[in-house]
Design a protein around this ligand. Structure first.
Ligand code: SF4
Length: 115
């Protein structure tokens, strides 16, 4: 495995912009992907459980919409995004925004062009 091609590495560990050759392949992932966690045999007992929807997380969905992330101010980032997703530093909201811009581009929906 080449870790430099990992979606997690490219979406939050590498502080540079995602290399152009990987942007389309990364699709709409903006904060890792964790498929490796989903297929790992050691995780199967947990993954196979029927778990209820987490109401606290469900209530936060709007905070993580791609268009919200792309146009967020620092207050939104520091108080709503960063506390749940601290692999990207508190000072690096632009990494999130670059990921959201790339994901919106990969959706191919031209109504997102203004944002
Ligand atoms: S499956 Fe795991 S190793 Fe592969 S790209 Fe996703 S996070 Fe990275």
């Amino acid at each position: 495995m080449n870790p430099l091609l990992c979606i997690a590495y490219n979406s939050y560990y590498d502080e540079a912009l995602t290399p152009r050759r990987l942007r389309e392949q990364m699709g709409t992932w903006i904060y890792g992907c964790d498929r490796c966690q989903e297929v790992c045999p050691r995780n199967q007992p947990w993954m196979n459980q029927e778990l209820p929807v987490n109401p606290k997380l469900s209530a936060r969905v709007g905070d993580f919409k791609l268009t919200t992330i792309l146009s967020m101010d620092n207050d939104h980032y520091v108080n709503k995004v960063w506390p749940m997703t601290f692999y990207i530093s508190k000072e690096n909201a632009c990494k999130w925004q670059a990921n959201a811009a790339r994901a919106l581009g990969n959706l191919g929906d031209r109504t997102h062009i203004p944002v």
